[in-house]
Unconditional design. Sequence first.
Length: 157
Amino acid sequence: MSLSYDLATAVDAVAGDEGLSLELAGAGPDERALRRRAEGCGRIRFRGYLGDGEMRMMLAQADVGLVPMFDDSCVGVPYKLADYVAAGLPVASSLHGETEELLSRYGAGATYRAKDAAALREAVRTAAGMRGGADALAELFDARRLYEGYVAFATAL
């Protein structure tokens, strides 16, 4: 919950739509302001830091993973993308570039404009129907596949 994340828009999007809920894991310098912004909306929960088991349970109950990052964060493909698709979740993301291209190529989610709550809501609804694409994208991040290729590359040098 820091400068790289557009969580204020996520809070606003959920607060403005009775059909959405938001589970926030972690903490950070913007948490206090986000809690104030979310005040009165029982569909937004701040979960704090979660252990692996708790995180897996939370992801298993989710419909869509959210990557609300600003393009100027200089992140091309965040680890959250791999975590979400590995859990079978399609993704709504505000990152353009590599992340947008992967979501589009695999049909694994939708991209929206940061700071646009209506666009975020639309992306969540679009992404919700893309679970099959999330499974396909997850194969790209499979550690066995990645490491086999890396070992082959390194030993060929």
